[in-house]
Design a protein around this ligand. Structure first.
Ligand SMILES: Nc1ncnc2c1ncn2[C@@H]1O[C@H](COP(=O)(O)OP(=O)(O)O)[C@@H](O)[C@H]1O
Ligand SMILES: Nc1ccn([C@H]2C[C@H](O)[C@@H](COP(=O)(O)OP(=O)(O)O)O2)c(=O)n1
Length: 235
């Protein structure tokens, strides 16, 4: 958590964290669009930085080189939940950052602590700008409830069993959740979560954070559960 006092975030901030496949991105985006709020996918920022490293010939495991790349990272990210955009140096990378070559390298990039500090400052600015423009913002990732926006009035940890998360991501990536597809997805979910756990705490809710287990909910049910937490916070 930042030690120095920081400027208060503008707008009503809803912070959502969780492991891979818990539904953070899809649920947060729908919640934002239902409320007319902005939407910030912080995972897309780490993915875009990984894209930039590979594009610049930087080895993602070379922490010093990754930090240097982060210091000259020409990112533009749009926070409209109806059409989120991710551009690096004028190139639309929204599709490219979902490729396996990014998924397998992103944890190394996200594990560089001074890089996280650079992105945290940028994330707080984007949250404030979107919050000011739309009255509120839903920001999702791994450390939003704990580090980026611990001051948010709504903080949610979305969880789901490993089985449910594997099945969802397998369907997304391979169009099926049969044994082979699930096995092929495992490293993208289980190994990445393990690596990410070294720098962020997203498996247990921090004090004041509401846990929503989506294992037995469908997508609409997950959205409704988050909206209920928002309503309760406003009541
Ligand atoms: N109950 C549920 N809650 C959220 N997403 C679900 C649910 N059931 C199935 N899904 C699907 O699982 C996927 C979740 O992916 P995503 O939102 O990208 O998760 P994350 O951002 O946590 O990795 C989406 O394709 C979504 O439609
Ligand atoms: N606030 C965040 C968000 C993402 N990250 C890292 C950890 C993740 O492996 C990558 C990609 O995040 P993303 O949310 O796109 O991951 P999923 O594929 O949805 O599981 O970025 C992070 O360290 N801190």
């Amino acid at each position: 958590m930042p030690e120095t006092a920081e400027e208060h975030l503008s707008g009503f901030v809803i912070a959502v964290d969780g492991p891979s496949g818990s539904g953070k991105s899809s649920v947060s985006r729908r919640v934002a669009s239902t409320l007319g709020y902005g939407y910030l996918d912080t995972g897309a920022m780490y993915r875009a930085l990984t894209w930039w490293c590979l594009h610049e010939g930087v080895d993602p495991t070379d922490a010093d080189a990754v930090l240097a790349a982060a210091q000259r990272f020409p990112l533009t990210i749009g926070t409209d939940p109806e059409a989120p955009t991710v551009e690096v140096d004028g190139t639309d990378v929204a599709a490219d950052i979902r490729e396996t070559r990014i998924s397998t390298n992103v944890s190394a990039v996200a594990g560089v602590i001074p890089v996280r500090e650079i992105l945290r400052v940028l994330q707080r600015r984007l949250i404030s700008e979107a919050g000011a423009a739309r009255g509120g913002v839903v920001a999702e990732g791994r450390d939003i409830t704990t580090v980026v926006a611990p001051d948010a009035p709504v903080r949610v940890l979305l969880t789901a069993s490993e089985e449910a998360r594997l099945a969802r991501r397998s369907k997304e990536l391979h169009g099926a959740a049969d044994a082979d597809s699930v096995a092929a997805t495992r490293s993208q979910i289980v190994d990445r979560d393990k690596a990410d756990s070294a720098v962020t705490q997203f498996t247990v809710a921090a004090d004041g954070v509401t846990t929503i287990d989506t294992s037995h909910l469908d997508f609409e049910g997950s959205v409704e559960a988050v909206l209920q937490v928002v309503e309760a916070a406003r009541a």
